[in-house]
Design a protein around this ligand. Structure first.
Ligand code: 5AD
Ligand code: SF4
Length: 456
């Protein structure tokens, strides 16, 4: 008998990608088979993001495309989940405009998905199950990993920071850290099955462990229970088979001296840090509730570069936050010139319902926001292009990720600093770390040749 099939559409960040791996793992366990084709799947899931308005809009657009098929095929199930579902106004809009959606659940009850899906399909009912807060972390959920050679590993969930523009604390709840033993066991299992690169995930990985100490489980005896983020990296650095450790995302206010030192002494910690600055103006940083000044941020970068001169630094910047003046914006441009980022994600400020900044005075006009945005990316790209040239002629270890999207004989991979490199390659290279000589450096990517490769 033909297996029932599923398709998952994921919006947003790495957290959501990782959650979708769990959902896929559950569907596999239930006997469903993955299909690339969302127009043929028996179960279609949309895992949503609410961080900016365009993700909201794209979600409603994609959902609208499914309506016709869903109404024509009573056996099909459409489910929606993720951050948007934790917002009451989204649920109200779904009930009003998309009443044919079969299953709605949130970020805190993913573990309940198999039961919910079973009920929806067996009893032909529509279900909405949203939990306001996350309970204890549920371990041992199945996961269908997207890649064999690299993996995301959650180390904590939620966020306590309440940056005034950000919806995440409302959709993902309070900070909860996984036990170090659970994380280390997962990393060991991944290493045994061939994973070389681990990316540790959390909204604010630098405060890893704090929620556990506060819950009273801090214990110095075995050195495991009391582990902080730097300690966790040091422990993973010793796991045999793991060759690269990355993490996302770091908050500057919580960076510890020990984490900075780890860049000097952990063999497998990638020489890259993604450290969102958001703005270069102290006034704006304060209104964003970021709890650091531009000088403190610059000092962290100095200390990182002293310990690890070749470290690549990337960031997130928001342009057009309410009340941002031309002078504030110039402070951001100035900070960008001082830090000289290897690359940066730039975002137009997007007001989010329920966040404090939504009601701040002096919302910036679209025109000014766009003008500043363009000036900022011009500067970022100029510096990025200059920094790319440093790679020219170097031989660097590259983790091969597979054929490039456009040509099957061109392979693509990443350096330790997370730069994309394209080179002539072959399928058996995928998942290996190979030395690549950089022959051409461009702003956004590098081109090279695998050293000692005589397959051509
Ligand atoms: N508007 C624009 N950008 C935002 N980000 C988070 N919330 C908003 C918002 N309301 C950006 C921040 C964060 C990144 C993941 O998304 O820069 O670091
Ligand atoms: Fe949002 Fe700030 Fe938490 Fe990051 S640290 S998830 S920007 S509230």
């Amino acid at each position: 008998m033909k297996n029932k099939t599923y398709h998952i559409i994921t919006f947003g960040c790495q957290m959501n990608e990782r959650d979708s791996e769990t959902l896929a793992g559950m569907l596999d366990t239930m006997g469903y088979a993955y299909t690339e084709d969302k127009t043929k799947a028996d179960v279609v899931l949309l895992n949503t993001c609410s961080v900016r308005e365009n993700a909201d809009k794209r979600f409603f657009g994609v959902l609208g495309q499914l309506k016709h098929r869903r109404l024509a095929q009573p056996d099909m199930t459409v489910g929606v989940c993720g951050c948007m579902m934790q917002q009451e106004h989204v649920i109200a809009a779904l009930k009003e405009k998309f009443p044919w959606v079969d299953l709605i659940f949130g970020t805190h009850n993913i573990h309940r998905f198999p039961q919910l899906l079973h009920e929806v399909r067996e009893q032909h009912v529509h279900l909405t199950d949203i939990w306001a807060e996350g309970g204890a972390i549920v371990e041992q959920l199945p996961a269908k990993r997207a890649f064999s050679y690299k993996a995301y590993v959650n180390i904590m969930y939620g966020c306590n920071n309440f940056c005034t523009y950000c919806i995440v604390p409302y959709t993902r709840g309070r900070e909860r850290s996984r036990q170090p033993t659970e994380i280390l066991n997962e990393v060991r299992r991944l290493a045994e099955s061939g994973t070389k690169e681990i990316t540790l995930l959390g909204q604010n990985v630098n405060s890893y462990g704090k929620s556990r100490y506060e819950a009273g489980s801090y214990c110095m005896d075995d050195g495991v229970e009391g582990m902080d983020f730097a300690g966790l990296i040091r422990a993973i650095d010793k796991v045999s088979g793991i060759e690269r450790i990355r993490f996302m995302t770091s908050h500057p206010k919580d960076i510890s001296t020990d984490l900075i030192r780890a860049y000097g002494d952990c063999e497998h910690l990638c020489r890259h840090i993604h450290l969102p600055v958001q703005s270069g103006s102290d006034r704006v940083l304060q209104k964003m509730n970021r709890h650091y000044s531009r000088d403190q941020y610059l000092e962290i970068i100095d200390r990182l570069r002293k310990i690890c001169p070749s470290i690549a630094v990337t960031t997130d910047i928001i342009v057009g936050f309410p009340g941002e003046t031309e002078e504030d914006f110039r402070d951001t441009l100035d900070l960008v010139k001082k830090v000289r980022y290897d690359s940066a994600f730039t975002f137009l400020y997007s007001p989010r319902k329920g966040t404090p900044a939504e009601h701040f005075a002096d919302q910036i006009s679209q025109e000014v926001r766009h003008d500043r945005f363009n000036r900022l990316i011009e500067e970022i790209h100029r510096i990025q292009g200059e920094k790319s040239l440093d790679y020219q002629g170097k031989v660097l270890p590259v983790l091969v990720e597979g054929p490039s999207r456009t040509r099957s004989d061109v392979f693509t991979g990443r350096t330790d600093s997370s730069k994309v490199v394209d080179f002539p390659g072959a399928p058996e290279m995928t998942g290996k770390i190979l030395p690549v000589r950089i022959t051409r450096a461009r702003t956004f990517s590098l081109y090279g040749e695998v050293e000692g490769n005589d397959s051509e």
